[in-house]
Design a protein around this ligand. Structure first.
Ligand SMILES: C[S@@+](CC[C@H](N)C(=O)[O-])C[C@H]1O[C@@H](n2cnc3c(N)ncnc32)[C@H](O)[C@@H]1O
Length: 149
């Protein structure tokens, strides 16, 4: 069975490259602002590299709720999040202290969580990066409250 990849990006210039990809692969791309997303297609893998933290804090919780609901049982969530010591933490986005980041994965099996701090480069010049790279899985089993029924 071939899986479909659903891809979202707010930048319309991405869509040409995604259309080329979609000609050969089962990819469905939409130009969408994740800050406005309330539902996502159910998925065995949700992958977001350096994209979710650009969603403002006020909208992030709704998006995160959609991400978690989209994850099927046994599904894997692999995301980059930004930490509160990132140089961009004063800009609009979601920058989390470690306990806040950990709390997002409560109820999931945390497979790995790497906190990285380093001075490096960005498109806007030199930058101090503070990120969490997290892989988590939704349990295969139903919560105990349901299994008795
Ligand atoms: C730093 S790039 C990362 C690109 C790619 N995921 C990677 O790891 O190489 C951030 C991407 O997130 C997208 N992005 C930023 N804010 C977004 C938003 N609110 N909704 C959807 N996409 C967004 C940008 O257009 C850009 O493609």
């Amino acid at each position: 069975m071939r899986s479909t990849v659903h891809a979202d990006d707010v930048d319309p210039s991405v869509s040409a490259a995604m259309a080329e990809l979609a000609a050969e692969q089962p990819v469905q791309h939409i130009t969408a602002d994740l800050a406005e997303v309330t539902e996502l297609p159910s998925a065995d893998l949700v992958l977001a590299c350096a994209s979710l933290p650009f969603v403002p804090r006020a909208e992030f919780d709704v998006l995160w709720d959609a991400v978690r609901r989209a994850l099927r049982r046994g599904g894997v969530l692999a995301v980059d999040l930004f930490g509160d010591r990132d140089d961009w933490a004063s800009t609009d986005g979601t920058y989390l202290a470690r306990p806040e980041a950990e709390a997002l994965f409560e109820g999931l099996d945390l497979l790995s969580m790497s906190e990285v701090e380093r001075d490096g480069a960005s498109f806007a010049g030199p930058k101090h990066w503070h990120t969490y790279q997290v892989i988590a899985r939704r349990s295969q089993s139903r919560p105990a409250a349901f299994s008795a029924r």
